[in-house]
Design a protein around this ligand. Structure first.
Ligand SMILES: Cc1cc2nc3c(=O)[nH]c(=O)nc-3n(C[C@H](O)[C@H](O)[C@H](O)COP(=O)(O)OP(=O)(O)OC[C@H]3O[C@@H](n4cnc5c(N)ncnc54)[C@H](O)[C@@H]3O)c2cc1C
Length: 239
């Protein structure tokens, strides 16, 4: 999102944003951080696994994926009033981008104005088992789909700059059927999943999605499912 859009969003923010506060910041590894946010304005929200939120990160906005969103709990002091809670997992990929700087600076008690949740990926009506394709930015959506669809098999295929780190974080978030490769190495694992009838959900890096789909088309494979690119080289705040 451009700074102009961020400015306009800022003007509208006091009316349409849900104002939460950061209740926990947990670094899961060198590059992945879990951010818990809670607040009365987060209560009573309709949440579908795969939804997105846009968050102010300084003067701009960036998009992240809530893993869970609940409206239970007590306010401090024990008052029986509704409180909403959510958490997401940020991948701090660089040192000087707005999103990364924000993730690295966050601390408990900080304001976290959220725009959303809004629909991004809704797997509710997709048939059969799912195969979620993505990268570090897809760990949260994978965890969310896996937690909600406990009755449906979700296989997760991720490419990553540091595969071991990404796999450890994915497993710590409860992902059991997860394969993490170096970048550009997902073709064979994806074909195997399509062969057993899994419906694909493409997320993560735009160029990888494009090249995987080109390879499938070259084999006369029909590409169904859903596609949401999460970032692209040279684009800022892709959404
Ligand atoms: C619907 C949706 C859901 C998303 N959910 C999540 C999530 O749950 N967790 C998460 O971490 N991210 C998520 N993302 C991706 C995140 O919004 C982008 O990575 C975003 O660009 C990060 O902002 P930034 O300020 O760090 O970089 P920007 O200022 O937006 O980008 C600057 C440059 O950094 C590079 N870049 C951006 N992202 C990456 C990356 N991941 N790896 C390597 N280089 C990159 C690009 O070259 C880009 O031109 C999601 C995006 C979308 C659209």
């Amino acid at each position: 999102m451009s700074s102009a859009k961020g400015f306009l969003a800022g003007l509208a923010g006091r009316f349409i944003f849900r104002h939460g506060k950061v209740s926990a910041v947990t670094w899961l590894s060198e590059h992945f951080v879990r951010i818990d946010v809670e607040g009365a304005q987060l209560a009573g929200v309709k949440f579908v696994a795969g939804d997105k939120v846009q968050i102010f990160v300084g003067e701009d906005m960036r998009t992240y994926t809530p893993v869970e969103w609940s409206s239970e709990g007590l306010q401090p002091g024990g008052a029986a009033s509704r409180m909403g809670k959510t958490f997401f997992v940020g991948y701090a990929h660089g040192t000087d981008t707005p999103g990364t700087k924000w993730l690295r600076a966050l601390k408990v008690g900080d304001e976290a104005p959220l725009f959303g949740p809004r629909r991004s990926i809704d797997a509710t009506d997709l048939p059969g088992p799912l195969v979620l394709i993505g990268d570090e930015t897809s760990v949260a959506v994978a965890a969310s789909l896996t937690r909600v669809k406990s009755d449906r098999h979700v296989t997760v295929l991720l490419e990553a700059n540091q595969p071991d780190e990404t796999k450890r974080v994915a497993e710590a978030l409860g992902l059991k059927h997860v394969t993490v490769t170096a970048r550009g190495k997902l073709d064979a694992a994806l074909l195997a999943q399509l062969d057993v009838g899994a419906t694909p959900i493409f997320t993560g890096r735009a160029a990888t999605i494009q090249s995987l789909k080109q390879a499938l088309r070259a084999q006369q494979r029909t590409v169904g499912g859903l596609t949401r690119a999460y970032w692209a080289e040279g684009k800022r705040g892709l959404d």
